[in-house]
Design a protein around this ligand. Sequence first.
Ligand code: ADP
Ligand code: MG
Length: 437
Amino acid sequence: MAYHSALCDILVDEAQLEQFALVAKDSAFRHGLLMRTKEDPNSPEVLSYAPFTLFPSPIPKSIYEQAKLLQRDFNLLVDKITQDSKFLEQALASIIKVDHFIARLFEIYRKTLQKGISSPITIGLIRSDYMFLCGEEGVTSLKQIEFNTISVGGGGLASQVPAVHRSIIMFLVEDSQMNIYDQRLIENELWSRNIPVIRRRFEDISKRGHLDEEKRLFIDGQEVGLVYYRYGYLPQQYIEKDWEALLMMEQSRAVKCPNIGAHLAGIKKVQQELARPGVLEHFFPGDPEAVSRIRSVFAGLYSLDLGNEGDQALDMAFADPDQFVLKPQREGGGNNIYGDDICHVLSKVEQSLERTAFILMEKIRPQPVRNCILRRGTLLKIQPCINELGMFGVYVRHGTEMTLNEFAGHLLRTKNSEHNDGGLMAGVAALDSPYLV
Ligand code: ADP
Ligand code: MG
């Protein structure tokens, strides 16, 4: 299906654009589409709107429905991975040798397994991200960028975008705590259901947290029923003591979202291992439909482990770096390597173990759509943009019984097509909402 930017094309003159942007920014404040500033990330006194697009982006309905349908498959897949220590150990074996951070996470995983997992309940909140590949004859297909299992953000703010876009749309007819508001929206929802929420840092847990004899987790005199991680996905977020706090929480009876196994399942190396022949079949024995549904959205993913296979991937990357993205095992945007930098980085690590710290991925080239990104301090401009659709999934497993497995909404992020990388927090992507066509 070909894309149209009908809404953008209505706007021709700059004065009109200014007017729309002003109304939209006010609407963003009214609907809580907020973010703290980079300069004062911990001050509720200085606020701005979270970057967002002036218009919703047209997304083919069939593509949206396909991604929605897939979400339950991905929830199941993540949960199956968390329970397959043999697979995780094998998939991460090469990374563990070179990546100290992942090695330490894996150590926590191993220690929790040794003692037996204390909580019978597992909760997963994951987000699978896609771009759309425009093939021959304008046929659009869905390609997965990655799936996220820890500190999955955006759900709070994304829920407010349609309200802002709607008021915009109506107008058209006539004429480090920076992201706290994303979390506050979720907290408010929990409080409104009489579920008390507390916010604590690793440091608080290591200083004042403890387990009782029954492995119940206590902090400041309160028992914790569920630990929801919005932190701890990057090495620089840990000091030595924090590792003890993590181990304590993981070994406690509190439900973890995600537990350490699910955190490991979201690592890019695992995504690449899943693309190997036979691996999806291992996780979905007797369900070839699920296997082909999932496989249909995989882009090319290549291991750079030492050996023939890795050498071949290396040759491919050197021969045509623009066709690929080189990814280290990090989250949060801005870590990937593109174009000639790929050759640069790979030539340094070519024949050493260090190259196994990366995976190579086929570069997806979506068809740009026109939109206007509103961000504090930037000029208004209608420009070619690229959409990335994130689908949320949630599951609950009690012992061996899957008691909930659902699609749980979307996050559409849009960035200028000139940018290769970068998320909302990195100041590149903006919040958007899909306008199904
Ligand atoms: P992170 O964990 O940092 O979010 P991602 O794998 O999502 O890592 O990559 C960050 C960004 O880089 C994505 O949001 C997307 O814009 C871009 N990107 C990643 N992989 C690809 C790809 N294969 N093709 C095109 N762009 C990509
Ligand atoms: Mg991402």
